[in-house]
Design a protein around this ligand. Sequence first.
Ligand code: CDV
Length: 307
Amino acid sequence: MSRVITVGAAQLGPIQKEHTREEVVQRLLALLRQAHTSNCDLVVFPELALTTFFPRWFLDNITDADHWYETAMPSPVTQPLFDEAKKLGIGFCLGYAELTDDGRRFNTQILVEKDGSVVAKYRKVHIPGHETNEPDRPFQHAERYYFEPSMEGFGVWNAFGSRMGMMICNDRRWPETYRVMGLQGVEMILCGYNTPIHYVPDPSQDILQGFHNALVMQSGAYQNGTWVIGVAKGGVEEGVDSLGQSMIVAPSGQIVAQAFTTDDELITARCDLDWCRRYTGTLFDFDKYRRPEVYGRITSQRGVVID
Ligand code: CDV
């Protein structure tokens, strides 16, 4: 029996501050319906897909930012997405800011099965940026103020007849992210991102944003024999230009579909899960070739130590 999942990477163009959640959900619904027309089993939306990328502003009183967070999922505003997905028999993955009942704040992504049930929740592990106001910047990237890092790590779930994993934006730059999921037999990793083109700490990287985006997802896919679905919120949002270039990467490391615009755009691919075994059963046969006994530093130390 063939194990093929048709996946839609539903890139979003910018969401401006004045755009309401209702308006955004309409855009998500349009992409969901388009994905259904393209016979997709699963559609993947970006990181923080319901709002503008609010960590670009620093608010001294964090509770003034509460309206950017979701306190329930689904909520009355997002319920139509769940209803439509269930009606069409299509799953989806959605990133949003989560505010828990006990006041904790996470950068979160959920995986929803074709029957509308939430099968997995992932909270971002690698939180980039800064925790205090840096007024000299042209824009803030205060994710470390607005979100706490997850301690739950990288799970892999049985869903869509596959072994599914999730990561969010900056997570995709870290090889450990993929390997922890690779060691759980992951076959497809879903990743939303918001990547400003201008990297304030080192602008020499600006021109390389697209290259680095592809570099990390292609190598992560290849080295772990997994599909990787990377989905951007791109374009000029509140004056900040962000990378598009959403892509679907095969276990070979090849890009099989890529977005051409920085707007709302659906790209699709038929993803054969058995392609994973060609890599995990040969060159990257972990059980046969890995040497964990000499990798101790990977988990025992954080930064560089010179003996
Ligand atoms: N949303 C992100 O995690 N963005 C980071 C930027 C700040 C470098 C990224 O890794 O793309």
